[in-house]
Design a protein around this ligand. Sequence first.
Ligand SMILES: [Zn+2]
Length: 82
Amino acid sequence: MRRIREGEVPFDAGTAVQEDAGKPVFRGNGANDYVCVECGNLLAEAMDPEYMGKRVRIRCGRCRTVNVAAEVPVEMSRRARR
Ligand SMILES: [Zn+2]
C-alpha cells in the first residue's frame, strides 16, 4: 500500500474504514496481503491484485492513514503528480 495523494481521488467515493485495528477489512483468497504504509498494520488479507485497484482505499484503524493499493495505473500517478 501507499499513502494517498491530495486530490488524487474524490474523497466521497467511499473509503473502507478499519473499525478494529486487529482485524483486516477485506479477506480473500488471493496472493497478497496489504498493510498500512505508516504503521504496517494488516489492512487486507489474501487479496487479488485485480481487486485491489485504485478505487480501493482503506483507512487504518490504528494510525488513521488512508491507504490506496499500490497497483495504480501509471497515467493516474502522472496526472496526480502534475
Ligand atoms: Zn496505520
